[in-house]
Design a protein around this ligand. Structure first.
Ligand SMILES: Nc1ncnc2c1ncn2[C@@H]1O[C@H](COP(=O)(O)OP(=O)(O)OP(=O)(O)O)[C@@H](O)[C@H]1O
Length: 251
């Protein structure tokens, strides 16, 4: 079973260290981890360091991975220039770094993903002709098609309507459990993080402020200090904690 731990991890843009000394608890197969923090805190930078796109000190320690390239990364920007259909783009993502022979297993998996994300009806549309939300769903499909051990998704639901946001986050939680993946999702919607995450990792000014179960991490004090908001945390009728914002504060 895969396990991931960040050990004193930092990340450079050019010569400047934008993320420093991130040491997490061990993240385990089956877990969904929400990565939260204000704009420019370093969430994307951290993801790019974990994937190896950016360099930096420390160690991204992975144990028990099944795949040779265990990480799939879904970037924040999902715009596409390629002249491909949705189906072709997912197949291409699946075949990245593998033999180009297309097997029944490949086509079956892609069909399952198209159904799960409710995008089968647009499977043969050109990528360039999709809406922003549709492009984001295709990007999720591409990442899922790689059947990774570790899935890093940078704001995967930012362009989706509320119904689709919940569908996608519930699907990712199920995928994490069923396929024994670690799923890390950078997300701004704290209520979605509280509802779906097993753990929440807070990044503030390039450093990890906290990582743990949502109830311990998303607190009134954290919201005041990190987000500069005055808020209450109350339980909704379904027992989920919910952030209710009363106002913003100045620094
Ligand atoms: N290519 C780059 N070159 C130089 N600096 C960069 C680059 N990309 C990001 N940065 C800087 O790194 C810092 C962290 O940015 P990052 O994109 O990781 O933040 P984030 O937490 O993902 O923010 P957001 O929530 O706004 O997406 C910011 O100060 C940003 O300006």
């Amino acid at each position: 079973m895969v396990a991931l731990q960040l050990q004193s991890v930092g990340a450079y843009h050019g010569r400047k260290l934008f993320v420093e000394e991130v040491t997490t608890p061990v993240m385990k197969a089956g877990e969904l981890i929400a990565v939260i923090g204000p704009n420019a805190a370093g969430k994307s930078t951290l993801f790019k360091r974990i994937t190896g796109i950016l360099k930096g000190p420390g160690n991204v320690h992975i144990e028990g991975a099944r795949a040779k390239s265990p990480i799939a990364y879904m970037p924040q920007d999902t715009s596409a220039n390629a002249v491909l259909t949705v189906y072709e783009s997912i197949l291409l993502a699946r075949k990245q770094g593998k033999s180009w022979t297309v097997s029944n297993e490949d086509t079956r998996l892609i069909d399952t993903i198209l159904q799960a994300l409710n995008i089968a009806p647009i499977a043969f549309r050109d990528l360039g002709a999709l809406s922003g939300g549709q492009r984001q769903l295709v990007s999720i499909a591409q990442a899922l098609s790689r059947q990774p051990d570790i899935m890093l998704m940078d704001e995967p639901t930012s362009a989706l309507d509320l119904h689709r946001q919940i569908e996608v986050l519930a699907l990712m939680k199920k995928q994490a459990r069923q396929n024994r993946m670690i799923v890390m999702i950078a997300i701004h919607d704290l209520n979605q993080a509280l509802r779906f995450a097993d753990k929440v990792l807070v990044i503030e000014q390039g450093r990890m402020r906290a990582c743990g179960v949502p109830r311990d991490v998303v607190t009134v004090d954290m919201l005041r200090e990190v987000y500069r908001i005055e808020a209450r945390i109350e339980q909704c009728s379904m027992d989920y904690d919910h952030v209710i914002v009363d106002g913003t504060t100045r620094r």
